[in-house]
Design a protein around this ligand. Structure first.
Ligand SMILES: Cc1ncc(COP(=O)(O)O)c(C=O)c1O
Length: 366
C-alpha cells in the first residue's frame, strides 16, 4: 500500500493566493493580497543589506533581539513572544498542531481566513463553521452563534479581528463576551493581522486578553502595515505555557537573521509606520465612498481592504473582475471564502485607487 496522509489532509483545498498577473496585460497593479502599497521602511531594507555579511552563520534561534524589540514597543514580556519566519500563518498552524487531536473540534466563522480550516483538517480535527450576521453594511462574526457551537469536543476557537475578507471587527466587549462563554480548556486564538489599521476606539487587538487569561493567544504580522509580506515575519503573544509548547515544536532556527534584523528596523521606523497609517486613513474611506456612489454595496472595513458586493446578472463579480483585469487592476475573488458575489480590493497607491474606481465606473456604466 502506498504512503497515506493523515485523515483530513486530502479534504484540504490548497490555499490559492491573490493573483499577481493577467495574461496579455503588461502593466498590472496587484490589489489582491492586502499588502502595503507604501512598501517597507527604508531602514528595513538597509538592515537586510547589513545582514548579508552574516548569512553563512545560523541565526540566534529564539529571535531574542526581535522579541525584545517587539516587547519594548508593545510593553510585553519578551518571554511570552514567539516569532515565525513563515508568517503568522505558521503560528496559526503550529497552534493547531499542538492543541488539536483527531476528532477534536475547532470553531471559526463562515467567512474566516482560510488557514484555520487547513490547520484544523491537517490535524484530523473537525472544522465547525458558524454562520455570520449579514447586515446592511457589514458581514460580522456572530458571537452568540459561536458560543452555541461549543461542544465537549471543542478545543480551539479562531477569530480574525478584523476579519479577512469581510473587514469587520469585534469590539473589546464582544471579544470579552466570547471569551467569557468559553470553557477554560478551550484555546481562543485572536488573529490580529490587521490590527495596526484599526482606528475604532472600542477595539482591542488582544494584548489585554492574553495578559489576563491563560487560554488566549494573539498572532500578529509584519506582512501588512509594515510592508514586509515577502519576508514572512510573524509573531505571537501568549501565556508562558503556550509559548513553551510552541517553542518545543517550532523549527530550531525558524526566524532567519534577515527577518530578525529587518523586523527590528521596521518596528523602530515610526515615521514610515505613521505614513502608512495616514495613507490608509485617507484612502480607505475614499474608496468606500466612491464605489458606493456607483450603487454597489461596499462594507464598512476596519482594515486595509474593502469587500465590494456585485449584483447577479451581467454586472456580476466575475464580469467586474475580468473588466478590471483588462484595465490592469487585479482584485481578489473571494468565492473560496463563501462570497461568490464579492470582490475584495486592497487599498493601493493613489494612482491604483483612482484607476480601480475609474474602471469600476466604466464597468457599471457600460
Ligand atoms: C486574517 C489573516 N491572518 C493571517 C494572515 C497571514 O499573514 P502572514 O503573512 O503573517 O502569514 C493573513 C494574510 O493575508 C490574513 O489575512
Amino acid at each position: 500500500m502506498n504512503p497515506t496522509p493523515k485523515p483530513g489532509i486530502l479534504e484540504i483545498s490548497p490555499y490559492v493566493g491573490g493573483r499577481a498577473s493577467v495574461p496579455g496585460v503588461a502593466k498590472v497593479f496587484k490589489l489582491s493580497s492586502n499588502e502595503s502599497s507604501l512598501g517597507p521602511s527604508p531602514a528595513a531594507l538597509a538592515a537586510i543589506d547589513q545582514a548579508k555579511a552574516s548569512i553563512a552563520l545560523y541565526p540566534e534561534g529564539s529571535a531574542a533581539l526581535l522579541r525584545q524589540a517587539i516587547a519594548e514597543f508593545h510593553k510585553l514580556d519578551p518571554a511570552r513572544i514567539v516569532t515565525s519566519g513563515d508568517g503568522s500563518d505558521a503560528l496559526l498552524t503550529m497552534l493547531a498542531n499542538a492543541y488539536l487531536q483527531p476528532g477534536d473540534e475547532a470553531i471559526f466563522s463562515q467567512h474566516a481566513f482560510l488557514v484555520y480550516k487547513i490547520a484544523t483538517l491537517a490535524n484530523s480535527a473537525r472544522p465547525v463553521i458558524v454562520p455570520e450576521k449579514n447586515t446592511n453594511q457589514a458581514i460580522k462574526v456572530d458571537v452568540d452563534a459561536m458560543l452555541a457551537a461549543v461542544t465537549p469536543k471543542t478545543r480551539m476557537v479562531y477569530i480574525a479581528n478584523p476579519n479577512n475578507p469581510t473587514g469587520s471587527y469585534l469590539t473589546r466587549d464582544e471579544m470579552a463576551k466570547l471569551h467569557a462563554g468559553l470553557p477554560r480548556h478551550v484555546l481562543l486564538v485572536i488573529d490580529a493581522a490587521y490590527s495596526e489599521y484599526v482606528t475604532a476606539k472600542d477595539y482591542e487587538a488582544g494584548i489585554e486578553m492574553v495578559s489576563a487569561f491563560d487560554n488566549v493567544v494573539m498572532t500578529r504580522t509584519f506582512s501588512k502595515m509594515y510592508g514586509l509580506a515577502g519576508l514572512r515575519i510573524g509573531w505571537m503573544y501568549a501565556p508562558a505555557a503556550i509559548c513553551d509548547t510552541i517553542n518545543r515544536i517550532r523549527g530550531p532556527f525558524n526566524t532567519a537573521l534577515l527577518q530578525q534584523l529587518a523586523g527590528i528596523a521596521a518596528l523602530k521606523d515610526r515615521e514610515h509606520f505613521w505614513r502608512s497609517v495616514e495613507h490608509n486613513n485617507k484612502w480607505l474611506p475614499w474608496i468606500t465612498a466612491e464605489i458606493r456612489k456607483l450603487g454597489l454595496r461596499v462594507d464598512d472595513s476596519a482594515a486595509n481592504f474593502v469587500l465590494i458586493h456585485f449584483p447577479q446578472g451581467e454586472k456580476n463579480a466575475a464580469a467586474a473582475d475580468a473588466f478590471l483585469n483588462k484595465g490592469g487592476i487585479i482584485l481578489r475573488s473571494v468565492a473560496s471564502y463563501g462570497l461568490p458575489d464579492c470582490l475584495r480590493m486592497t487599498v493601493g497607491t493613489e494612482e491604483q485607487n483612482r484607476l480601480a474606481v475609474t474602471l469600476l465606473q466604466q464597468f457599471m456604466a457600460a
